[in-house]
Ligand binder design. Sequence first.
Ligand code: GLN
Length: 277
Amino acid sequence: MSSEPSLTCEALLKSAADQIGGDSPRLDAELLLSYVTGLGRTSFRAWPEREVPAEKAEQFMSLVAQRASGQPIAYLLGEQEFWSLPLKVSSSTLIPRPDTECVVEAALSLELPANARVLDLGTGTGAIALALASEQPGWQIMASDRVEEAVALARENSQQLGLPITVVQSHWFDQIPAGSFDLLISNPPYIPASDRHLKEGDVRFEPESALVAGEDGLDDIRLLVTEGLDWLNPNGWMLLEHGYDQGEAVRDLFAKAGWRNIETRKDYGGNDRMTLA
Ligand code: GLN
């Protein structure tokens, strides 16, 4: 294979894009070739005829085959940008999404003390906690996850980015040391078990435990809303991400549990995406 002309960057990218299909085949191909070769994406345009060593080409085409079969690009690259932070991701965690950046923005808009105590429940990669730490160095931020691999990954991201957060392994509030927080924040699982959406796209490869929450998708939100008040300072807030069609149900849950100042906010796409109380 090494003497064939198909080993130029451009030929590899073209053949890869044909194989990948979907929404952004060329971009995906460029990201993968850049990952394998260490060359910047713009260099492929500047020097399309540049040769790629056979070994690297082989590695590239194997990633392309995985992408073509639906593997999320973030898992193949091992990285996803969130709030302009390069986060390591693995198949044990949800891939951080732009919708969740709106939740971070909402948290930053709250009036909280300069040294606020914050808990990000079900942190996964550490995305929410680390984004908050990057904006509010004075906040004392704790993050929890039930999954051991997620805890390790969140710690690794914290170290790599130099953003100090405390990560504990805990199923929701179970192992959280006693104390009260100014902000409880979470992007919990909220998809109903029977949702057709689970059979499409990236979610097929993501951990079900990070996505699905019972019949109506509200099992974990119910628990957080019910137990949350016991962990909150008198003027503290809880802020939860949820599905576009769950706003009313989540507001009801908060109201029944005795929360006040309940408000649903939208994501960048104009859909209900989070409720705070
Ligand atoms: N917003 C994600 C999706 O619909 C789900 C994230 C979650 O369940 N927390 O793909």
